[in-house]
Structures are given as structure tokens and as C-alpha cells.
Design a protein around this ligand. Structure first.
Ligand SMILES: [Zn+2]
Length: 283
């Protein structure tokens, strides 16, 4: 049984905390699958659409709504798309760790998992970023990586799903905040068609209804809800319009506090310690 994180309430009298998060995977997941993908230009270009086109739509939308989000960026994306990194920074958004080559850690031993953490930190560090949060590539966190995270200075992870409320995990001997997501609150299962893995290409109206119903549930329970998106999917024109409607629909229905994962994590501390100072008002 996991230990829930005990939040004092949301800033500004908000009735729900909403984290809009974006994994800027770019070409990394394909190159991580195998060297043969380095010649598959169409497949790679589908990934490149994220940092080179979809991201700007996402950033413009967040700016229009006055929202800061959390961007989980593989080190490979940071190394090869410096303009994307600059645009994320210019918007005042948070950047989290998302591996280096988006390697599925289930295929890596402990040394390989540590190398992904190290390479990712080095790549983000070249942009002046020292992330406090981690999300495992492909949402497949292995015990070796989980045990390392606190030692690397991470304060939270966003890879597990044992609850829909934040809870405490053990990272080695230290506590680590878990900010859970879920596949139903991710754009990829609905819209992430790829030539080798297929996909659904769902009706955005159906997803809009699901995401707003989950928002209503989170609001009724005064909890956090995290949405996970990818600029190569949500950054398509028709899907950015869906996200626009979802954000507007949330504000029509309640008083959401749109917050980064780091801002949410700063509100709580393990039992017996003091949280950091809280942040912005509801909006
Ligand atoms: Zn990813």
C-alpha cells in the first residue's frame, strides 16, 4: 500500500491542480529502437515534426492561456534541437529528464540505465537545465533507475500508476514523490499512429469528453490530474484545437490551478520535513 502525499490545498483557492505535460521525443525513440532507423527518413521525419513544428503550436497555445507546462525532453532532442530548447525556456516552462536516446530501460542493465541518466543530464546541462523530475521513456520504469533517482537529486518521478493521487515511493533509502499519469490521459494511445506499430487515430471529440470527465472527477476530489502529450501528436493542427477546447472547458467548469510538476512537488515534503514555499495563484 503506497503512502499518499498530503497536500495542504491548492494556491489561490483552486479546486483542482492540472499538470499539462509534454514529452518532446523527436527522433530519439526511433533511433533507440535500432540503427536501421537512421535510414528510415519518413519515420524519422514524423518524430522530427514534434520539436520542429508541433512544439511551436503547443507553446503558442500555452502562452495564449497563460499556462506553464512541464516538458520531458530526451537528451538526444536537447542535443539536436537547440531552437526547441530555447523556445521552451523562453516560455518559462519546466524541463524534466526523459532519458537520452529514449531507450526502454527494460532492455538495459543497471550500468546502461545509469548511462542514460548521465547522458541525459549532460545534454540538458548544456542548456543550463538541472531537472528535478524524471519520466521514464515509454513509461516503463525499472527498479534500478527508481533506486538511483533520489541520489541524482530528483525530487519526483512521473512514471508510475499505482494511484491517481500523488504518493511516496522509495528511491534507494530516500523518499521520492510519484506524480502518476495514465495511458487514458495520454495523447499517444489515441493519436500516435506509426507505420510499424499501427495506431488508432481516434475521434478528438471522444478524447475531449474523456479528458474533461477525468477533470471533473479530479475537481470533485480536489486532487491533481496529469495529462501527458507529445508535440508530434497533440501539435497537429486539429489536435491543438482539441487541447484548446479542453483548457477552455476546464476553466468553464471549475477553478483549476495549472501548474508544472515541479510546482506541485514543491507543495509537499515527506512526513517529518517541511515543504518548500508555494507558488502562483490559481489560473
Ligand atoms: Zn517519450
Amino acid at each position: 500500500m503506497s503512502t499518499q502525499a498530503d497536500f495542504p490545498g491548492w494556491p489561490g483557492g483552486a479546486d483542482v491542480a492540472v499538470a499539462l505535460t509534454f514529452d518532446v521525443d523527436g527522433e530519439a525513440p526511433w533511433l533507440g529502437e535500432g540503427p536501421e532507423y537512421s535510414r528510415r527518413l519518413s519515420t524519422l521525419s514524423q518524430g522530427r515534426f514534434g520539436p520542429e513544428r508541433g512544439l511551436s503550436r503547443v507553446l503558442d497555445l500555452l502562452t495564449a492561456h497563460g499556462i506553464t507546462g512541464t516538458f520531458y525532453v530526451p537528451g538526444h532532442t536537447a542535443d539536436h534541437h537547440p531552437d526547441a530548447m530555447a523556445a521552451i525556456a523562453a516560455g518559462g516552462h519546466e524541463v524534466g529528464h526523459h532519458g537520452y536516446l529514449h531507450l526502454g530501460s527494460e532492455g538495459l542493465d543497471a550500468d546502461g540505465q545509469r548511462a542514460e541518466l548521465d547522458r541525459g543530464l549532460t545534454a540538458l546541462g548544456k542548456h543550463g537545465i538541472r531537472p528535478t523530475g524524471y519520466r521514464s521513456p515509454g513509461w516503463e520504469l525499472m527498479p534500478e533507475t527508481l533506486a538511483m533517482l533520489a541520489g541524482y537529486g530528483f525530487s519526483y518521478d512521473a512514471s508510475l500508476m499505482a494511484d491517481d493521487r500523488p504518493y511516496w515511493e522509495a528511491s534507494g533509502a530516500a523518499p521520492l514523490l510519484e506524480l502518476p499519469g495514465h495511458w487514458s490521459l495520454c495523447d499517444w494511445p489515441y493519436f500516435g499512429y506509426t507505420p510499424y506499430h499501427g495506431g488508432l487515430l481516434a475521434d478528438p471529440a471522444a478524447v475531449e469528453r474523456i479528458w474533461l470527465d477525468e477533470f471533473e472527477s479530479a475537481r470533485a476530489e480536489h486532487r491533481v490530474v496529469t495529462y501527458t502529450m507529445h508535440p508530434e501528436a497533440i501539435g497537429r493542427g486539429y489536435l491543438s484545437r482539441m487541447l484548446d477546447r479542453v483548457i477552455t472547458g476546464m476553466r468553464d467548469r471549475g477553478r483549476p490551478w495549472f501548474a508544472t510538476h515541479a510546482e506541485i512537488a514543491a507543495l509537499v515534503a515527506p512526513p517529518g520535513t517541511q515543504p518548500q514555499a508555494a507558488t502562483r495563484a490559481a489560473g
